[in-house]
Design a protein around this ligand. Structure first.
Ligand code: PHE
Length: 493
């Protein structure tokens, strides 16, 4: 138990447990279904290089800063800023993170609900029974517009999150991460082996890794940064919260490096698992929801042991979504237990209920509420757009500025070097958090907020700035330029 200011907090049972839990937060829907198609659509290998640079230049410093703020304060994101800079308004950064978390969790649970439903459909053999792309797309559209079913599946998913989080940090989040993350890894390896041994998969590899530097545009850079950002769960306090459970012996920067590498590897592995299979079966990777829920079921239906592979895939995706969603819930629960002094079970139930209720309009925005639009977007798209494109980058910049310029150089250095007194690259890290990261993220933010719906903004059709959950169902704007019924047709290339 660590204690600070009279608040007794749990700590992770082991460094491995902490890294797996943090990697579990980072590795989510963003890696497994978003990364492969974004990579393919934004220049393949060229995108990959920029994305790796973004992970190192932006991801690593902000991740380190969040973990340091968490451990240095021993608090939830709101309490952390209050403890480190009492009497200032910095706690609002943590509060904004909380709100962002509620919104992300609300739409995340919906997609996770779809994933659970497709897991069930895989077990019953439905996912491999679609005769063609149109039937598969239509089945998905009918399903997501059936408000009631979606709400039930999201509810089941929320319950799973509640069960894990209510068990606490060590015996809930850490224990489950230690079981689920290795499972996820094994499942993805099975899929890769299958995918790479398929005849014709080479075209997929070329699609993923053929350097095409002519495709690098400002927009592609924005995409790469956005992807790195969302995927590392940065900018809203997840890593502050997880950092607050880290003991003083742990080397924060090393841990941040491991988390980043695990997160990057799973993204690349997901690309290797999916894209070659899609090509081998004669499809083109279409975007987002289309790839996962329209094309993949068809790919599985054409493969030997398709039912088995379909079950593995949707199970994998459910696990990835679960370990990310529990981190979102934990941010709110840690706030309620620290600041409001609620018990963990009470905090879990109330906070999960808030996020769930918040998600209902988003779930219904595919069906009965599809007419309701704010700024031209349905609830789902609006929630997704505002969090990924606006709130997370703003949070990231503020966290970087706080750590680099406000907290105090000596205090920052002491916290970062705790557990690693002879950290060699501290100076480099310091200037990354002070200058490189805030400037880079500010560029992402400004670029993604520039008016984009211009005639010639064709590129942005397939290159949405850090848009995470692209939906393509009737009644929902088709922001990806990819029609539901064209899931098996060549993509926007
Ligand atoms: N990183 C998660 C993913 O890639 C999403 C997430 C974002 C989780 C922000 C927590 C906070 O899917």
């Amino acid at each position: 138990m660590a204690s600070s200011g009279g608040i007794h907090r749990e700590t992770w049972g082991s460094k491995t447990g902490f890294i797996l839990a943090a990697a579990g937060s980072a590795i989510g829907l963003g890696n497994i279904w978003r990364f492969p198609y974004i990579l393919g659509e934004n220049g393949g290998f060229a995108f990959l290089l920029i994305w790796i640079i973004c992970n190192i230049l932006i991801g690593l410093p902000i991740l380190g800063a969040e973990l340091a703020i968490g451990r240095g304060s021993n608090r939830n994101p709101v309490g952390a800023f209050k403890a480190l800079m009492p009497g200032t308004a910095w706690w609002l950064v943590g509060f904004m993170g909380l709100i962002t978390g509620v919104i992300i969790l609300s739409f995340y649970s919906i997609v996770a609900g779809w994933t659970l439903a497709y897991l069930v459909k895989s077990v019953t053999g439905v996912t491999v029974s679609y005769p063609d792309a149109e039937a598969s797309a239509l089945a998905f559209e009918n399903f997501v517009s059936s408000g009631g079913q979606i709400v039930i599946y999201s509810f089941v998913f929320t319950l799973l999150c509640m069960i894990v989080v209510s068990q606490g940090v060590k015996s809930g989040i850490e224990k489950w991460s230690k079981i689920l993350m290795p499972t996820l890894f094994i499942l993805i390896i099975i899929l890769i082996v299958r995918s790479l041994t398929l005849k014709g998969g080479g075209a997929g590899l070329a699609f993923l890794f053929k350097p095409d530097f002519s495709k690098i545009t400002l927009q592609v850079i924005v995409m790469a940064m956005g992807q790195a950002f969302f995927s590392l769960s940065l900018g809203m306090g997840v890593m502050i919260t997880y950092g607050s459970y880290v003991d003083r012996k742990t080397n924060i920067i090393n841990s941040a490096g491991s988390i980043m590498l695990l997160n990057m590897s799973i993204s690349i592995l997901a690309g290797l698992a999916l894209i070659p299979a899609v090509f081998a079966m004669g499809f083109q990777p279409s975007s987002g929801v289309g790839l996962t829920f329209h094309v993949l079921p068809l790919v599985f239906s054409k493969l030997p042991f398709g039912t088995f592979l379909s079950i593995i895939f949707f199970f994998l995706l459910s696990i990835a979504a679960l370990t990310s969603a529990i981190s979102l819930l934990e941010v709110m629960v840690s706030y309620a237990t620290d600041e409001l002094r609620w018990s963990r079970p009470r905090a879990t139930v109330i906070m999960a209920a808030i996020a769930f209720l918040f998600g209902v309009p988003a779930a219904l925005s595919f069906g009965v509420w599809s007419e309701i639009k704010i700024f031209g977007l349905g609830f789902f798209d609006l929630s997704e757009y505002i969090t990924a494109n606006v709130l997370l980058p703003i949070g990231g910049i503020l966290i970087a500025l706080f750590a680099g310029w406000v907290w105090g150089r000596a205090r920052l250095e002491a916290e970062i070097k705790e557990g690693n007194p002879d950290l060699k690259f501290y100076k480099v890290w310091l200037w990354m958090i002070r200058i490189v990261a805030p400037v880079a993220v500010a560029t992402v933010l400004v670029t993604s907020l520039l008016p984009e719906k211009t005639e010639e903004a064709q590129v942005e059709n397939n290159a949405q700035p850090d848009t995470v959950l692209v939906t393509e169902t009737p009644g929902v704007i088709d922001s990806s330029g990819d029609q539901p019924t064209s899931a098996a047709e060549p993509s926007t290339e």
